[in-house]
Design a protein around this ligand. Structure first.
Ligand code: BGC
Length: 431
């Protein structure tokens, strides 16, 4: 069965973000940012305070870093040597869910089970040493309301997490209690930060002129350093929870996917751009093309990456992947179309994400010229997805014109761990 040419063209069109729309998204994002600074209730951005500023680069000492942001949880022992230098002394990692074995992220799991599992991992990282005192920085990559650097309450799970009894709780209290249950009283959690904040701290620890930190991976979000110029407010990093940005033009796939998701109506930008969701949207469009609307094939962003990268004659790799997932053998012309569809989804994602970065850059510049700066980004989509980086650069040029030469993006790999250690070090200064 061959795809309907017109139906395919129409679907591709749905995933396009033209130049006008790109400008609109950047301007709308800036508007929400400005509104959010005045009154967060009037903005689709949560603008969460982190109670941490930028590091000096001189932070030193040995710390524990907990990186809890996806199904893979990591605990690291890190020594900060100052001048942007550091060494990872120990790293342990475990998934919170192993299909058919255990599951600490699904609806059936509880906060105690989840944090007991994490406390065991902390124990591994300190090799059972229950005497040496450690400060622990916790990168917790979900929207949390903070009142200070320690006290962060989970507002709402994202990324399809559903563990009971964590929403509304102070996550470091849950961690502390779990550590105590296991006799680990020498580890003191002192800081909670979002992963975007961790990325910004890690990047700014190494180089100046970095004010924006972003995650472009399974989930998506961005933070920036707000100077609160002319205001009584202490300058600090704000976690925008930009994945919740709403002023978008979702197409019918976005709308349908949102309606079926764990949290309909939430995280609209994230559901259009991040790795967790792109594969699903891709699969929904394929189901329509195959006349099997509503069928789920389980495409992932890794499948999309392999599809885009296929350079074989006849696109045999595309054929193999699609046949394995859908049970259909496609003609070459349709394999090409699916390569085009995967590319269109990635290009849309990169353009929307870039528009949000530019919204922040415009807001930071105000009436002044745009400053030379780096945008620090971590995450598999940015790092590995073909077409992502080049389309970010292209969209930056489209939006910023000549000033685009002042802005570059840098990969801050593993920023979540390093950033948590830096936050722990910074928590001492605040105490
Ligand atoms: C969360 C953010 C996080 C992002 C990247 C989103 O789902 O709401 O807090 O920064 O994922 O991990």
């Amino acid at each position: 069965m061959a795809f309907d040419k017109n139906q395919f063209a129409e679907i591709i069109e749905e995933f396009k973000v033209d130049g006008t729309r790109l400008h609109e998204v950047a301007a709308d994002f800036r508007y929400d940012l400005r509104k959010g600074l005045e009154n967060p209730d009037e903005s689709s951005l949560r603008m969460l305070k982190s109670y941490v500023g930028l590091p000096t680069g001189e932070e030193t000492g040995e710390y524990l870093a907990l990186d809890f942001g996806g199904t893979n949880v990591r605990v690291l022992r890190i020594r900060l040597d100052g001048h942007g230098k550091f060494e990872v002394l120990k790293k342990v990692a475990k998934p919170l869910r192993v299909e058919g074995v255990y599951d600490f992220v699904g609806e059936g799991s509880t906060a105690e089970q989840q944090f007991d599992f994490i406390a065991e991992l902390v124990d591994e990282a300190i090799e059972g040493d229950h005497t040496t005192k450690y400060l622990l920085g916790h990168t917790f990559s979900f929207p949390s309301e903070q009142t200070d650097l320690y006290n962060a309450k989970l507002i709402i799970w994202t990324k399809e997490f559903a563990t009971a009894g964590v929403e509304g709780k102070v996550v470091n209290d849950l961690l502390k209690e779990a550590l105590h249950r296991q006799g680990i009283d020498n580890v003191e959690p002192t800081a909670v930060i979002n992963d975007t904040v961790a990325v910004l701290l890690a990047a700014a620890y190494k180089q100046a002129d970095t004010y924006i930190g972003s995650i472009y991976a399974t989930g998506h979000n961005t933070c920036y350093f707000e100077p609160f110029k002319g205001k009584a407010e202490r300058p600090m990093i704000l976690n925008l929870e930009s994945g919740g940005f709403m002023k978008l033009a979702p197409n019918r796939f976005d709308a349908e996917f949102d309606a079926q998701s764990e949290k309909p109506g939430e995280q609209r930008l994230e559901k259009m751009v991040s790795g967790r969701y792109m594969g699903e949207l891709f699969g929904m469009a394929i189901a329509e093309l195959l006349g099997e609307k509503g069928k789920k094939y389980g495409f992932t962003s890794i499948d999309m990456s392999n599809i885009i990268l296929d350079e074989t004659a006849g696109l045999t790799e595309v054929g193999r992947i699609v046949s394995a997932k859908t049970g259909h053998d496609l003609e070459e012309v349709d394999r090409q179309r699916l390569q085009e569809l995967a590319s269109a989804l990635v290009v849309r994602s990169a353009r929307l994400v870039t528009a949000t970065y530019v919204g922040i850059i415009w807001q930071l510049a105000g009436d002044d010229a745009i400053k030379k700066q780096h945008i620090a980004i971590d995450g598999s989509v940015y790092e590995k997805m073909p077409l992502a980086k080049e389309n970010i650069m292209r969209a930056l040029s489209e939006l910023l014109g000549e000033s685009a030469s002042l802005v570059d993006t840098v990969l801050e790999n593993g920023g979540s761990g390093l950033g948590a250690a830096i936050a722990a070090a910074m928590s001492q200064k605040q105490a």
